[in-house]
Design a protein around this ligand. Sequence first.
Ligand code: SF4
Length: 249
Amino acid sequence: MEEVKMSNMYRWITENGFTYNPLAGECPHSCSYCYMHQLRKRFKNIAKKYTGKLRIDEKELKKNLGSGKTVFVCSTNDLFASEVPQKFIMNILEHINKYPDNTYLFQSKNPIRMYEYFDMFPPNTILGTTIETNRDYKLTKAPPPFERYKAMKFLKKKGGNRFIFMISIEPVLDFDYSELIGWIKDIKPEFISIGADSKGNNLPEPNRAKVLSMISELSLITEIRLKKNIKRILGDEYESCIASYCREG
Ligand code: SF4
């Protein structure tokens, strides 16, 4: 996000891109582990922008987005949450389309709503969702993981030739192995990003062996990008994964 350096951001965004956050107000999904909770407490400008009713930050909306970058759109909110007015989404997509030479990442925990805007996404678009587990731990007001899985499968079927698809498994939560792996194989995303809670939220996490098995199995079907924060679970195995079949992400 623009106001504070985000150590937790995807490496492939920080290295050749930036975040674009024209949607202000508090994210309606209220995930218990959301990194914005702590940022709002620490920084007055963040608290001011990301509390209250959803609204457009007009200055940010008009930002020159340049070209040749990877832009994470609404990294501090969920543009496709059902509470976001259609007009806001249209305004943001219209602005983005003035800069078609960038690649845009849209990530939502309500991915089915992205289908309504299929014709408005710019030419280089990555559509993503978070599937941090297959279980419904009720840590968020967003649609449960099973709904997100079904939506992504549908979106991939409809837009597999036009868009790149990604899944974020972050913060990884304990999961039922066969079911989660089966979902990811079913969606067949172009890449997966795996990360862990870095804010001490005391979440129900899988153990190292389970995460390593998942990484190893999924690396056979797609590209795996590992966030640095997964080191806490993987320990030294993190480096081995990067050296063999994953990349830093
Ligand atoms: S969907 Fe993302 S931005 Fe919204 S509350 Fe959850 S973690 Fe935070």
